[in-house]
Design a protein around this ligand. Structure first.
Ligand code: ZN
Length: 105
């Protein structure tokens, strides 16, 4: 048996057996979060478009991302950032990478 097949089998076991009822939930990948270091189910959807969204989904757990959303609101309010302004968006993305512990792109 190759390793990919073993991985699928392990995932099926972890998801509660062979009845297939939870098959859909099991499609969600388990990730190790770069911020808190915990294993968690990945967000079901990338939180934003593009490569960055895919990276965040791959590396950050939903609970840490929720922390960032709170932080983002504070930053936007504190600095009066405008999402329509490309410079402000860039600042916010950099702040997000710092906050979540993602490597600078
Ligand atoms: Zn986390």
């Amino acid at each position: 048996m190759n390793s990919a097949a073993r991985k699928v089998e392990r995932a099926a076991v972890a998801c509660g057996g062979r009845d297939g009822r939870r098959e859909k939930e099991c499609a969600v990948a388990t990730i190790t979060c770069v911020r808190c270091g915990k294993s968690a189910e990945a967000m079901p959807e990338p939180p934003m478009g593009g490569q960055l969204g895919a990276t965040v989904q791959e590396k950050v757990c939903p609970s840490c991302y929720a922390d960032w959303i709170d932080q983002q609101v504070l930053l936007i309010n504190h600095y009066g950032l405008q999402m329509a302004d490309p410079d402000d968006r860039k600042k916010l993305i950099q702040a997000m990478k710092d906050f979540l512990g993602l490597a600078p792109a």
